[in-house]
Write a protein that binds this ligand. Structure first.
Ligand code: ADP
Ligand code: MG
Ligand code: MG
Length: 207
């Protein structure tokens, strides 16, 4: 993936998030404060507006620029979390003009660690990490066993889908949904769902 492709993918992510805005908000209505779609759409609209000025820059600078836009334009928990993820991914890709499968794993690893650090959360707490951690594991496993980035990412998306379904079966212990305790059972986590959409969109546009 070169820088031009990355920008194209991020444009597609902004479109996908806008399309799913109402559904993400609906999910957050049930176990949160009903703004996840609104937060994400606002953040990725700001990203979309920033992309033209990032064209021609290296992968690291583009990813950091995206992260900064998310942090500064989204008020909710998800803004700083996704923002940190993109900024950490950018730091892992400093100076790269293109990203191979190994760099992709390293970027995703840095992103997930960034979310864990910022959110003081781990897999199993009914958050975006329940989509992202299994996805990272599948991606790493796929690349380590010699799969192409696209094939490994397809495995990662499948793992994220399962992770999203798994969020329905567990109690939230982080974020607003944790205020509901056992009443969060049976409901799908909005942030895990938006993470799945981002991964699906990257997969759909990766050559
Ligand atoms: P807010 O909860 O501030 O309204 P959003 O609705 O935009 O923010 O985002 C909620 C999502 O953020 C949750 O569905 C969950 O996936 C994620 N989240 C919340 N707190 C944490 C945390 N500490 N670590 C990781 N993810 C979290
Ligand atoms: Mg919310
Ligand atoms: Mg909120």
């Amino acid at each position: 993936m070169d820088a031009k492709k990355l920008i194209e993918i991020m444009q597609a992510v902004a479109v996908k998030i806008e399309e799913e805005k109402d559904y993400l908000t609906e999910l957050d209505n049930v176990i949160g404060d009903g703004d996840h779609g609104i937060n994400m759409a606002r953040g990725f609209k700001a990203v979309e507006e920033k992309l033209p000025s990032l064209a021609g820059k290296d992968i690291g600078i583009i990813l950091k620029g995206i992260g900064l836009q998310l942090v500064s334009n989204v008020g909710g928990a998800s803004g700083p979390l996704y923002g940190t993820a993109f900024m950490k991914a950018g730091a892992a890709c400093t100076g790269l003009v293109s990203m191979d499968a190994v760099a992709f794993v390293q970027a995703m690893e840095a992103a997930v660690q960034g979310i864990e650090m910022r959110g003081k959360a781990h897999e199993g707490e009914k958050t975006m990490l329940d989509a992202l951690c299994p996805a990272l594991k599948a991606l790493r496993h796929g690349v380590d066993s010699g799969k192409t980035a696209k094939a490994a990412l397809a495995d990662a998306v499948a793992a994220a889908e399962q992770g999203v379904a798994y969020t329905q079966t567990i109690i939230a212990t982080k974020g607003r949904a944790s205020y509901l305790g056992e009443r969060s059972l049976g409901h799908q986590d909005p942030g895990a769902t938006s993470s799945l959409y981002i991964l699906q969109t990257i997969l759909a546009h990766l050559s």
